[in-house]
Design a protein around this ligand. Structure first.
Ligand code: PAF
Length: 282
């Protein structure tokens, strides 16, 4: 595996691969890699001739400077994991290499980016669109892989792809969980032992919400009951729990209002001061 630090070197290997007609799989990450990332990389490895993984903590998507400062950075371990997964190129650039000057682009992401994470973290999705569009332009991937834990992010990236006219396939990959149900996240390392013990209840409560639907409750009732159940757990505080159309991300109050992808329930919970996100499909 080669570690690439510059856009020029990346452009050269991408041009070579494309000239040879080889497919390129891109896995964009912010590092602090875990088994969730590994599942994306392994899938990319199976489906493409060349695999590129980017490791870059993108400052423009952090609306909270403390979150950016304390975001885990584990480059050596990341590189070792990627090498072991058979990755061809790890693109690990500096901030100056990616943003030689400030990126002032504002994407018209529309309603998909206005709710939930978009409402709670102003500017976050525009920052995601900035970095992912740069990565797509640089790596010209055939396929790009994203984890469904960031469910809304995938919808936002699809919108950006449509706006920018990129010709590639977005491949959503299932959430990977700990044995007790906690969704893997780079932020989990920040959980204290007490918070770590409580955190799996988030997934447990989301699973129970499916039973409410099966028992005939409408989406709005399931939403409220789920929110209440999370907030009833000492140590958990929900920022939002929203049942949405799984394609448009727009809130629904009746199941029959969901389109062909069905409904999803998306949650953000503070657990011992750590902001965790998760979701479930109905
Ligand atoms: O999901 C992430 O880790 C990031 O938002 C991404 C897609 C790598 C962009 O920085």
């Amino acid at each position: 595996m080669e570690i690439i630090r510059t856009k020029q070197r990346l452009a050269d290997v991408v041009d070579d691969a494309r000239r040879q007609g080889r497919s390129i799989g891109l896995v964009p990450t912010m590092g602090a890699l875990h088994a969730g990332h590994r599942s994306l990389v392994e899938r990319a490895r199976k489906e493409n001739d060349v695999v590129i993984v980017s490791v870059f903590v993108n400052p423009t998507q952090f609306n909270n400077p403390d979150d950016l400062r304390t975001y885990p950075r584990t480059e050596e371990a990341d590189a070792a994991m990627l090498e072991a997964c058979g990755v061809d190129y790890a693109f690990i650039p500096s901030v100056e290499e990616v943003y030689p000057e400030p990126d002032t682009r504002v994407f018209d992401l529309g309603p998909v980016a206005e709710v939930m994470e978009g409402a709670m973290r102003p500017g976050h999705f525009n920052g995601v669109a900035q970095i992912v569009s740069k990565l797509f332009a640089l790596t010209k991937p055939t396929r790009a892989y994203f984890g469904e834990k960031d469910f809304q992010q995938i919808a936002v990236i699809r919108r950006m792809v449509e706006l920018e006219g990129f010709d590639l396939e977005i491949v959503p990959c299932p959430i990977v969980r700990e044995a007790d149900g906690l969704a893997l996240s780079s932020r989990n390392v920040r959980l204290s032992p007490e918070a770590r013990a409580i955190a799996p209840k988030i997934h447990y409560i989301l699973e129970l919400s499916r039973d409410l639907k099966a028992a005939g409750k409408q989406a709005a009732e399931v939403q409220q009951a789920t929110l209440d159940a999370i907030n009833d757990v000492e140590g958990l505080e929900a920022e939002y729990y929203q049942i949405v159309d799984a394609a448009t991300m727009q809130p629904i109050s009746r199941w029959e209002d969901a389109g062909e992808l069905g409904a999803a329930g998306c949650v953000t919970v503070f657990c011992g001061g750590v902001r965790l996100i998760d979701n479930i499909r109905y």
